[in-house]
Write a new protein. Structure first.
Length: 101
């Protein structure tokens, strides 16, 4: 089981302040709201979700320019928010700003 990749386009709804890890690596948290129509079991279905995400290093610096209402496409992997958490968070490896809101 090596596959863990998610690509998502969505509207930025929240962007936290840029912060730094104890090692000095920039990190930023954000939330993406996705809405689309998908085909499931041969039927069209409306899909909506909000996905928490995190970007580090150079991508955090790029993401700090995002504002609520911007549209972005991100790619990355899912992991637990913390060691004891069951909540998932998207760790961004690629970030493209599609449209400034």
């Amino acid at each position: 089981m090596n596959s863990n990749r998610l690509v998502l386009t969505g509207e930025v709804t929240e962007v936290a302040e840029l912060r730094y890890t104890p090692a000095g690596i920039p990190v930023i948290s954000l939330t993406l709201k996705h809405a689309s129509r998908q085909i499931e079991a041969g039927m069209q279905r409306k899909v909506e979700c909000e996905v928490p995400a995190i970007a580090m290093a150079k991508l955090a610096e790029k993401a700090k320019g995002l504002k609520a209402g911007d549209i972005a496409e991100v790619a990355g992997f899912l992991a637990k928010r913390s060691l004891n958490s069951r909540q998932l968070i998207l760790h961004i490896n690629e970030l493209e700003i599609i449209e400034k809101g």
